[in-house]
Design a protein around this ligand. Structure first.
Ligand code: NAD
Length: 338
């Protein structure tokens, strides 16, 4: 079978990870960035064509199958739609977009152009997360009563300096850039969210970001389960914890570690999680650490979808749901602080 041909738009930090996996699973043909030095560096590294405008790249690289969108959050919709309209599949970095409306427009464009729209929620592949999902599907835990999500990371002022990160228009909010993977897991493991009450505040980043650095949230799921989220980027000096605790009819389980990478607690009727694989390390950007680096699994799935007709691991409807839940949280915080 011939190799799937890829391009990347946005040649910053996460694009490196994409290029590496594209090289393993398919063929990288071209890269694009409005910052010529970034485009040139990545193009040189992989001996491919550099472009400085997405439209130019889409016009000239007709042999492509998929374009990976690694630009700032607020540009995902515009770039994704342009790629779909040019006749290529689109792989969109998280979050899918920063408004529900934009996600809807992207899904409409994919349907109209008959192309696939892949979203990235790589935490679903963390070994303890995948094991707990399987256990829930097999009804090992029984009815889920309540859940607690803790997102305690550190992002200092340097992280936001001279960056789109921290801006309302291109970043969107702390839940979009830092914790959208975690919100996705609430949706994936527990279900859709009916009601939300939230309070947010900016305690330590008043001069560096245009939105909250901290939030506390109460949720009610459609199943009747209750939940809380406590999130912050003010964990002193370094990331401390990314964890999800589930209290259910037949057991209690906590997925923890810094980025939902360890099974920290289990007490389940007639069942034990054992021999979980180690899993990948985190995305390490030298001065800060992100989520578990599972982009290999994203690319494996994309290839299986396009070549073998498999199902997408995170489809665009589910990616829209993450954005919808985040939107509900921000709407509530706005109303309650009015
Ligand atoms: N899945 C993950 O674990 C993960 C990790 C990090 C970042 N991300 C996501 O990846 C995206 C990029 O993040 P990053 O950390 O790599 O950011 P970055 O700032 O390092 O890179 C973004 C690049 O996009 C370029 N760009 C901006 N506007 C453009 C345009 N109109 N056309 C072409 N290029 C343009 C910038 O010049 C920059 O080089 C974000 O959406 C972020 O949320 C996901």
């Amino acid at each position: 079978m011939s190799k799937i041909k890829f391009a990347i738009v946005g040649c910053g930090r996460i694009a490196q990870r994409h290029a590496e996996h594209i090289n393993n699973y398919g063929e990288l043909m071209a890269v694009c960035d409005i910052d010529a030095s970034k485009a040139n560096d990545l193009a040189q590294q992989y001996a491919v064509q550099a472009y400085y405008s997405l439209d130019e790249m889409l016009l000239h690289e007709k042999q492509l199958h998929v374009v990976a969108v690694c630009t700032p959050n607020g540009l995902h919709a515009q770039h994704g739609i342009a790629i779909l309209k040019a006749g290529f599949h689109a792989l969109i970095e998280k979050p899918m977009a920063i408004s529900v409306y934009d996600c809807g427009e992207m899904i409409k464009a994919a349907e109209k152009c008959n192309k696939r729209l892949f979203a990235i929620k790589q935490n679903r592949f963390n070994p303890p997360v995948a094991a707990v999902k399987q256990a829930i599907e097999n009804n090992v835990l029984g009815k889920i009563y309540s859940v607690q999500l803790s997102c305690f990371w550190n992002r200092n002022k340097d992280y936001y300096e001279n960056s789109w990160k921290g801006t309302k228009d291109l970043d969107g909010g702390t839940l979009f850039t830092q914790f959208s993977h975690f919100i996705d897991l609430l949706y994936w493991l527990i279900g859709d969210v009916k009601r939300v009450y939230a309070l947010t505040g900016n305690f330590a980043h008043q001069n560096s970001i245009e939105f909250e650095d901290t939030g506390v949230v109460v949720l009610e799921f459609y199943t009747g389960a209750l939940g809380t989220i406590n999130y912050t980027v003010n964990s002193y000096q370094k990331n401390m914890e990314g964890s999800l605790t589930i209290f259910a009819e037949k057991g209690t389980v906590k997925i923890g570690g810094q980025y939902l990478n360890e099974l920290e607690y289990q007490n389940i009727e007639g069942f034990v999680f054992e021999n979980l694989p180690e899993g990948n390390g985190p995305n390490n950007y030298s001065n800060y650490v992100g989520s578990m680096s599972n982009h290999d699994k994203i690319y494996q799935n994309l290839i299986d979808v396009l070549q073998k007709g498999d199902a997408i691991s995170t489809n665009s409807f589910e990616a829209l749901k993450t954005v919808e839940i985040i939107d509900k949280i921000y709407q509530s915080a706005k109303q309650l602080s009015a």
